[in-house]
Write a protein that binds this ligand. Sequence first.
Ligand code: T46
Length: 137
Amino acid sequence: MNITMMQFQKHGDDRGALVSLEENKNIPFEVKRVYYMYDTKPDVRRGFHAHKKLKQILFCPCGACTIMLDDGVEKAYVRLDDPTEGLVVEANIWREMYDFTPNAVLMVLASDYYDENDYIRDYDLFLQHVRSKGRMQ
Ligand code: T46
């Protein structure tokens, strides 16, 4: 499955480093929401859902975690451990996040507001959803 990783410019100097994210510039959509998770307990696995329409870019500006992506046919695994990299997660992709380091911050830029109706939280329903979309194309 195709994975899109985005590389962002690091504005580094002798004080440290800075990365800038701008909607419709280096972020290829309008950012309606930013959220982040931290203090994730060891052995926790989160996610277990897909979105019908939402597009997101995931960053780990601090620490590291692993993202499993599943398009209903194939799975892909990405270790997010570089603050200058973002993982693009399109709609209709099942995701799970795990192996968080104790200091990990997983930050997400999202193309829309929070809407529970956009979630598919049942894996069998997800498979039905992506297969029916495949048949319509
Ligand atoms: C995703 C992955 C990467 C809100 O009230 N507003 C929000 O914007 C979000 C994202 C969550 N919430 C509430 C809903 C739940 O009561 O926060 C609680 C935890 O959310 P959830 O269990 O959905 O978190 P994750 O880590 O399973 O999934 C999250 C996002 O929900 C999801 O869109 O793609 O991170």
